[in-house]
Design a protein around this ligand. Sequence first.
Ligand code: GAR
Length: 194
Amino acid sequence: RKRVGILISGRGSNMSALIAAAQAPDYPAEIVGVLSNRAAAAGLVTAAEHGIATASLAQSKFPSRDMFEDVMTQTLESWDVDYVCLAGFMRILGADFVNHWAGRMINIHPSLLPLYKGLDTHARALADGAATHGCTVHFVTPGLDEGAPILQAQVPVLPGDTPDSLAARVLVQEHRIYPEALRLLASGQIAALT
Ligand code: GAR
């Protein structure tokens, strides 16, 4: 089984979906560590309850982003990970860190990329009057939310939707496609062209 580290900043519901999927004996990956850039991230508690190694690193305690990211890489490598999953990790990553993990790091983003890169995706889709919205799992490259997509899922935008109601509908699909995308990667069924 491939070894996977997850980076989070908060709730960690996608992290939980990956942990749950990896409990199946035929799943090709195991979650071996969870790293948060916020000590208060609820996901750290969940991971620890599952007996998974955890670490918390505050970027503000480091002299530079590069030094913070070097320690993130050292932490991930101390867990001997093959792949890194970003799951609600809300910091933009520098090119050196991203290139170090090229082809081995994936992210889930709450929009149908290339639409709505960045933040506030649900509110922006609603403001545009979009009829459909969704989520994307993609390889991470230095350009924000620009790497090759692996899987997407669509949901309808319904009359009366708010950013929260739309986010909840999308999140159900995130929890479905993220474990499936990691399965494809860890089993060697897909690879980045880098
Ligand atoms: C998820 O909706 C994820 O797609 C999004 O943050 C949420 C994290 O929730 N990620 C981004 O916006 C990345 N820019 P979770 O902590 O419960 O998985």
